[in-house]
Design a protein around this ligand. Structure first.
Ligand code: CMX
Length: 474
């Protein structure tokens, strides 16, 4: 069964009007995602306890103080200010990210991989993020199948994307494509028809799954249009997981190592608590009850900034320039000089530092371990340079004395592995991050609606207000 953007549903190639199905009390989208009912049922089981916990926190403890607000928070990008609810993951400055309490190594041990694969897959991570439960292999496979069955882009989005200039940044194209998919939003249509607040989350879930299902086809189409002269992609393979299909649609299906790498990268990069710019943007826009497509499109624009998602592109640009200047097999001393040259020219060292983390990012470590397990990667001069840079950069950044965290973040290595595997178009790398971050940002939209979180509206203050607080002559 498929749903066209003109409001017709095809069942066994026979078109039915959505309105007719509605009159017959058949909901096309929930049928499309029949097995997500399992996911939905799991959520239905876990949501009441969370709602109860939320109700109690609100009614019995809402006046409990959990921190102070200092001027440094207000003028310093709200760092450290505990002011946002985010269910799926929590970031510890020293330990790194935990997804419902599970660390990355825990997830690597417990979450089902793809058949024949070893790495975590996006579906397992999505299930964990959404429900807090580790899925069984059967649940994961079923979800993979449903996503694959619903992964085709509507024709109007294909036409829209094909009409964009190949010189437009791939992230801009991705955000445009995601926003356009809101044409099919079931949440928006249901909201217009007048649904109960308690039902918001079910329609939101349908939209979120539909968006996640279509992201590989959208992102791969952008890749082919920009870098492969619009070459036709193969059809979606129902036997593959989301990332297996993504690499195949891009034209890298035969590269099993790249697919395994992207499975790991996309899963462990899927969520990083709520305060990072893209996740926070999705949450803010979603709090207006904009549908998930609009909320996530906005998030993608935040991700496209060089201090956030674009850093993976910048790391590679910087690392390749260093490699060109210093040559292969360079010394630690030369790398040190190069780092100082970057810093003295007023630039940041891309891939180092973090808004919250104060130790090496466990996502960086997981990707480095992936490299360590593959001799061909260890031979790559670019990857060797990443390793050597890691041995020198924390010391240089500590001596430089500005950053609170001289250690690498995930982006210090992520792009270099893609480059080695032949995916050399680094302007595209943030798109892969965008496919990944949908897992966490969209999970939170479901939870925000299940808990009935309000419109986000923090209080802003002017410098005169702050001056009045500290005293006129202070
Ligand atoms: N190189 C040089 N200087 C750095 C630095 C780095 N890698 N990281 C931080 N600094 C500087 C900051 O620019 C800031 O300088 P000013 O006081 O002159 O403004 C100072 O150190 C203090 O910054 P901070 O509190 O340690 O870090 P922030 O929370 O302000 O910024 C981040 C965090 C990630 C934007 C910053 O570390 C950075 O620019 N890193 C390089 C870009 C990067 O790798 N981004 C990817 C982040 C990962 C992600 O988005 O998930």
């Amino acid at each position: 069964m498929s749903v066209s953007f003109r409001g017709f549903v095809t069942i066994n190639h026979v078109p039915f009007s959505c309105l007719l199905l509605k009159a017959l009390k058949i909901h096309p989208i929930s049928q499309r995602f029949a097995s997500t009912k399992t996911l939905k049922e799991t959520l239905q089981e876990v949501i009441p306890a969370k709602q109860e916990q939320f109700k109690r926190l609100k009614s019995e403890h809402s006046q409990k103080v959990i921190g102070d607000i200092k001027i440094e928070n207000v003028i310093g990008g709200m760092r450290g200010l505990k002011s946002m609810l985010w269910e799926a993951s929590v970031l510890d400055p020293n330990e790194g990210i935990r997804f419902h309490g599970l660390s990355i190594p825990d997830c690597q041990r417990q979450l089902p991989p793809a058949p024949g694969g070893k790495e975590i897959i996006a579906e397992s991570m999505l299930w964990l993020l959404l429900t807090g439960n580790v899925p069984t292999e059967a649940e994961t496979r079923k979800l993979s199948l449903e996503l694959a069955e619903n992964g085709d882009l509507p024709a109007y989005v294909e036409k829209l994307i094909d009409g964009l200039s190949p010189s437009m940044h791939p992230m801009t194209q991705l955000a445009i494509g995601v926003a356009a998919l809101n044409h099919d939003s079931v949440f928006q249509k249901a909201y217009e028809s007048g649904i109960k607040k308690t039902d918001y989350w079910t329609y939101t879930l349908e939209d979120c799954l539909s968006l996640i299902a279509r992201l590989p086809a959208l992102a791969a189409r952008i890749y082919r249009n920009v870098y492969k002269q619009g070459a036709t992609a193969p059809p979606i393979n129902k036997d593959l997981d989301l990332v297996g299909n993504y690499t195949a649609l891009m034209g890298y299906g035969a590269n099993k190592d790249l697919t395994e790498y992207l499975r790991l990268y996309i899963s462990i990069h899927g969520d990083h608590e709520g305060g990072n710019a893209s996740a926070h943007t999705a949450h803010l826009v979603g709090s207006t009850l904009a549908d998930p497509y609009l909320a996530y499109s906005a998030a993608l624009f935040a991700l496209a900034g060089p201090l956030h998602g674009l850093a993976n592109q910048e790391v590679l640009r910087w690392q390749l320039a260093m490699q060109k200047e210093l040559g292969d097999n360079t010394t630690h001393e030369n790398i040190k000089d190069y780092l100082w040259k970057t810093l003295k020219s007023g630039q940041v060292v891309p891939g180092y530092g973090h808004g919250v983390l104060r130790k090496s990012d466990p996502r960086f470590i997981a990707l480095q371990e992936f490299c360590d397990s593959r001799p061909e990667l260890l031979k790559s001069p670019t990857i060797q340079l990443v390793k050597k840079t890691y041995e020198v950069a924390p010391g240089v950044l500590t001596e430089h004395g500005k950053t609170k965290n001289p250690w690498p973040n995930v982006d210090a290595t992520s792009g270099c592995v893609l480059y080695h595997y032949g995916l050399t178009e680094f302007k595209y790398y943030t798109v892969i991050f965008g496919v990944s971050r949908a897992l966490g940002a969209l999970t939170q939209l479901v939870w925000a609606r299940a808990l009935g979180l309000p419109l986000e509206r923090p209080k802003s203050v002017s410098m005169d207000t702050l001056q009045a607080i500290v005293g006129k002559n202070a």
